[in-house]
Design a protein around this ligand. Structure first.
Ligand code: 5GP
Ligand code: MN
Length: 396
């Protein structure tokens, strides 16, 4: 019994106490044992509350109470996220969907376009309505909503062609996001750019609302997926201790984190693996003078390897494995424009490049944008950026 009480890991996953249980055991009298047995539950509860306070303390109290009021008041809820949704956008949308459904709310998810196949394993994914495919239905859902959650994006243009339908809805809007520079289109803005993912932020918001007990296994699986994918399986932007306290809580909700990794991040078609091999072997260019790397894939490259949405996800990160490469660019030819993705290491701010040159933005180390023109035009612009950066560097 004493061992059970005084182990270094309490049942809530926080290493806070340590006594040498064996030494104590010999000295304890039976009545003391009973008292410690009672204390065990008290200590467990105190630690549990402490953990929840610790992981939710950074949130603004007024915003949480405002959100609480909105949730008490409204029942018809719609959740949406950014175009080309990633694991964090879908994970946070579905995580919130499961939570609010378990509270008895009527909840719909409308995404600007289709979800990636790699996330098909997520519980509830089939409930998602893609606005690009079911536009009239999407307009109707947004118009009838009382409350709309906007997750994992900062400005309304990130919902692409759904912008008008979203902004014209009379529903109250709540933004929960971790991108820099949130816009002012929402009635309540819960924006914390220091968070590693919207899913991490959402977990904290849920705890702060006092709804930790309502997180079921499905909700936990979705939140974990977002936290994992937005940090490259906790390989960047993830060196904060409380992230792992949250993971520990999600595991206690019954998730199998190793299985989620395999399904979301380590499952490929043969064509996709060949496309990745080809992209690195044939298409990767290294610009040593500028510490830069570029991979640009044309429509014919994509057709050759039977490209499907999501197949090039995370390819942009690969060149960063070369120590000399500080920033990496990926270009993919879409219908009528070039999709641009940038990643960097350390202080090199790629969101600035995306804002200045590619109608985009994002985070310091992960950003994106678009170039309206040909692939040749995009590469010419890229070369100009290399020259500009080199010039800035030479002038320092
Ligand atoms: P990805 O390269 O995976 O498409 O995007 C990485 C990050 O860059 C996203 O999480 C998002 O913050 C940002 N981002 C990507 N594309 C755009 C864009 O067109 N506009 C803006 N503002 N941000 C983008
Ligand atoms: Mn995100």
């Amino acid at each position: 019994m004493v061992n059970d009480i005084l182990t270094p890991h309490n049942k809530n996953g926080c290493i806070l106490l340590y006594f040498d249980a064996k030494i104590l055991k010999n000295k304890l009298k039976p009545h003391l044992c009973r008292q410690i047995f009672i204390m065990k539950y008290q200590i467990r509860n105190i630690i549990f509350i402490f953990v929840l306070i610790m992981i939710s303390q950074i949130l603004n109290e007024e915003k949480i109470s405002e959100l609480h009021k909105l949730l008490t008041h409204y029942d018809k809820i719609v959740i949406t996220c950014h175009v080309s949704p990633d694991g964090d956008a879908i994970g946070s949308s579905l995580g919130l969907y499961h939570l609010l459904s378990s509270l008895g709310k009527s909840v719909s998810i409308v995404t600007p376009d289709a979800t990636p196949k790699s996330l098909n394993f997520l519980p509830g994914i089939k409930e998602i309505v893609a606005y690009s495919k079911y536009t009239d239905f999407g307009i109707q859902i947004l118009a009838n909503a009382e409350l709309i959650f906007c997750l994992d994006f900062n400005v309304i243009s990130r919902v692409d062609k759904m912008s008008d339908a979203l902004s014209s809805s009379k529903a109250k809007k709540v933004l929960i996001d971790h991108h820099l520079s949130p816009g002012d289109f929402a009635d309540l803005v819960i924006s914390y750019p220091t968070m590693s993912s919207t899913c991490e932020l959402l977990f904290r918001v849920i705890c702060r609302l006092g709804l930790y007990n309502e997180i079921n296994k499905s909700c936990a699986e979705c939140l974990y997926t977002g936290m994992m994918t937005d940090t490259g399986n906790f390989s960047y932007n993830s060196n904060r201790a409380d992230i792992y306290i949250i993971i520990s809580e999600l595991i206690k909700k019954g998730i199998d984190k190793d299985k989620i990794y395999t399904l979301a991040m380590n499952t490929s078609t043969e064509e996709r693996l060949r496309l990745l091999g080809y992209s690195i072997y044939e298409k990767m260019k290294i610009f040593s003078d500028s510490s830069a790397a570029l991979i640009a894939l044309s429509q014919s490259d994509l057709v050759r390897f039977e490209y499907k949405k999501g197949d090039t996800e995370s390819l942009v990160n690969v060149p960063l494995g070369i120590p000399e490469v500080k920033w990496s660019t990926f270009m993919r030819e879409e219908d009528g424009y070039i999709k641009i993705s940038l990643r960097s290491k350390g202080d090199f701010a790629v969101n600035k490049i995306c804002e200045d040159y590619f109608n985009g933005g994002g985070h310091r180390n992960a950003a994106g944008g678009e170039f309206y023109g040909t692939m040749k035009g995009a590469i010419d612009k890229y070369v100009k950026i290399l020259e500009a950066i080199k010039e800035q560097h030479d002038n320092k």
